[in-house]
Design a protein. Sequence first.
Lengths: 157, 701, 279
Amino acid sequence: MAEVTFTLNGERTTVDAPLNMRFLDVLRVKKNLTGQKEGCGEGECGACAILLDGHIVNSCLLPLGSVSGRDVVTIEGFKQTERFRTIQEAFVHEGAVQCGICTPGMVIAAESLLRHNPRPTDEEIRIGLSGNLCRCTGYNMIVAAVKRATKRGEGLW
Amino acid sequence: MTMRIKEDISKAIDKVDSREKIDGSAPFTADIQLEGMLHARTFRASVPKALIKDIRLPELPEGYFAVTREDIPGKNIVKMIYEDWPVFAEKEVNHIGEPILLLVGPDKEKVQDLLEAIEIDYEEKKPVFDFTESVVDFSFAKNDADTAFREAEKTIEKVYETGYQEQAYIEPQAFVGYKEGDTTTLVGSIQCPYYVKNAVMETLAAGENEVRVIQAPVGGAFGGKEEFPSLTACQLAVALQKTDRPIKLVYDREEDMEVTTKRHPAKVKMEAAIDKTGRITGMRSHVALDGGAYIGLSGVVLSRGMLAVTNAYTIENVAVKGDVFRTNTVPNGAFRGFGAPQMIFSIEMFIHHIAQDLGLDTYDFRRRHLVKQGDRTATAGLYRDPIILPEMIEKAVEMSDYHEKKKAFAESDEWKGIGMSFFFHGCGFTGSGESDIIKAQVKLRKDEEDNVHILVAAVDMGQGPKTTFRKLVAKVLDIPLEKVVFNYPDTRYVPDSGPTVASRTMMVVGGLLARAAKRLGEEWEESSEQVVVEQYKQPEYIEWDEEKMQGDAYPAYSWGVNVVEVEISKATYEPTIKNVWSVYDLGKAIDERIVLGQIEGGQVQGLAYGYQEVMGHNNGRIMQKNLTDYIIPTAVDVPKMKSLVMDNPYPLGPYGAKGVGELTLVGAAPAVALAIEDAIGRQIKKIPATPEYIMELIRNG
Amino acid sequence: MVTHHIAKDYQDALEKLSEGTYRILAGGTDLMVRNRRLSETPVPFASDVLYIHNLDELRYVSEEKGHLAIGALTSYEDLLHDERVPTVLRDCLRILASPAIRKMGTLAGNIGNASPAGDSLVVLRLLDAQCVLESKDSTRTIPYKEVVTGPGKTVIGKREIIKEIRLPEASFDKTVFWKVGGRKADAISKVAFGGAVKFSDENVADFRLSLGAVAPKTLRDEDVERGVKGKTKTEMKDSAEEIVAAYAPLVRPISDQRSNAAYRKEVALNMIRQFITSL
């Protein structure tokens, strides 16, 4: 057990837990932030995705020991932003949500992509989402949603 | 904001449950935290076939307990279509991963420690992995195949093989359970609340009011949460009798992939009798399914597969036999398509190969045998409704430039190919299932504020009933969408409208809801509580003999055409799917964007079944048991897809709707296999048509 | 009783390593998978763990005399966006795993993991990379090819840490990185290929080939390469089959849950052939 301090959704947070606790569990069990999901536990499906220092990472592979001093944003924090609302409207409009289990991860992936590349091509969007598996939609409607978000969100990214 | 469904019902509206899924607040089962919750883990067999001689548990600390077959008050059998599946292994185990007992306690890590300290002595037996022990067999015939074969000018025989397919829903199996007084309540990621309730009642020897099942948001299912959750639910229900605390049971991905039901691997033998004019006059088939260790739903999967034998073609004389073989592997079960994908692959390749072997144009040959309204099905049922396949095929050909491309690719040095599949899907439960087994009932309850509550057991697992049912009822009653309520099914409040399977949800349950809504509208009394109940009645014209498998196997059929274009690398044999075009007749789209989602999702799943998803076992142990090793498509793998939905309303479906959910998967694998075949000039007899298989075909000529 | 420590800084890390035996955890993308146990439980490790992800002083890319120095913890994502990084390495990283893995993954982590299928290792071998290994009392720079000795095996000492990777200055006329996975993104390689060639007038001045996932460690054979150097471009292309035949006995892949030996072998040889004939 150790005390680890980091910024969580804009607030300085200290957690007292084993350093080898998966950060996904820190969030879901200790902080009751269940927006990030466990789909595979091995960094393959992306359902556990969060933003670490502004970039998408798989929280199931992130030990608490690596988060010390870092900046973490989860879907719960991101959803307060206008960028989120733009992405959300785009996902709704394009019918990009079916069962929804992959969706928060897709949103995080979209944000991570657009932060670094505000006007991605279709190919670049697909690569940006390549670490997020979806079994329901066949992806194209999600890609269309991200494209729409970039058009609707002029100036946001 | 009020929204009335004024326009054509197909016009898309925003799905009602998108927002809570997008922001992560929708509470999936694993997200549920309850005061004092315990964790359960399953102790499983590590060998494929053995007698259990002895089990020794470690000393269990206070608060930790085991749940075994001895704790079962009722039957140690999971109630399913065929009842041979134990809740907990009795004296023997029949597959790796078979559940033997649960360990429950407050700290999950400790529970796992205790689980790993369990000692078990097996007397191993010789496991069976080949197709020797048939446990289910069916056969049916139409007219006289023997004579057709005797008098044939030529007969052709080929064998086709299909592999496992893992549903790979992104949310693993999960349940949370708790007692409410005498009632055992289970909340879970499930497709069929009443399957679960009925199974638990039998295992607990409990009454109607003593078991309650609630559907949580489901993170993907595809059939994998149709019958399998009944097994887990029974185990959890038994555990709940030993404590007054809630219990959570969530599978890990590797556990899920190793032990839950998958699509049956199949071996399909096809034989055709051809007359002098080059017409197929007779067809014989044998369908062999690998059922795994327990039968469960395998018999129904077999029958649906067999019934798809002539697919979109009319063949005068048919004889089909099928067997489910028991092997010491994970029991196989429901997966979108349910036997049809295996057969549709086989027949589509076969009819193509027949034409090739006869030196005939494949397109013309298939068109020649195309089914028409008024024809008899493979079981001598009647195609009563209009079949618009020729028009659909023409549209698909036009969209894809099929003939031009086929010609150009044939002349090209590169390995480019284009393939087209025609297919159907029988909507609803096979045969007399709907009237004899399910007996669906729906309820509409209007409260004093004139909100109309939809009370059905149909599960929204992403395919949209939460939206489309509300849309349907709102339109029939001409009331705002907001006045229609449809909560996640809770068996305490909803009647048994049947399982969310077999592409029946809109056609059958929606159909009943539309009738109920119409009646409610006629009897409407403002500001007063009203309840309307509708019961399923089989259309009178349906005649089905279950024993002989003769007559109308399904009340309605949906149709499709898929065209796939591929390019194959000569260095690596990897296929790249360049384009997919499709045309569907599903009667009427209750929401065209939701239908588009089913089209694209189903196609991608079907394509990957055809060329990418590989799962095998080694002495009963699944070799690809995580998402690193079991390959499903990413966003980069998916090509442009263009689709067209035809208008061909089915008179007995709500606004003309027929089944959609499975149709969109069943044609994709043969389409991509035919495209690959076209590209490399070799007959594909096996899926998945992986680069390894393609290389083998090229090398071995 | 296994203990876990976050290194305070680089010196602290070296200090700790001199005092005990640690599993060094950088990005964690391999270690957290290999050691994982169960959801909602801490990941068990067999030995004490030293977390070094926070050591920003090990994140740098700098042009030094004769080589590019890459700090051990520089993420794949950062390398991808740095134009000083050789094209062939960026080509490899662009299609390696996923954006999330690329943010946490490091060359050092990949070297420490020493997987036969490691994609970046194919490029390190191709470019004659050097590894700077440091301990509290020592520093040594050895060629990467001597660092990984087999699957999961390296010569990195108990007290040592990878400090830096050095890519010798080199210019090529053409470099390629190709891989075959089970799908078009986010896939472990069935076969990976790195090729580099430089011509001097019409003659082959430098010719390098490395292969991943077809042998216990990255495959490269300087003897075969020497046989190609000095040929003219035309001679090289004309002798493509001979060159392929020279590699054939060295390519010894296995069959596993991802693919089979015959396929891996044929594809590897095809890639060699394709590289040569496309020049």
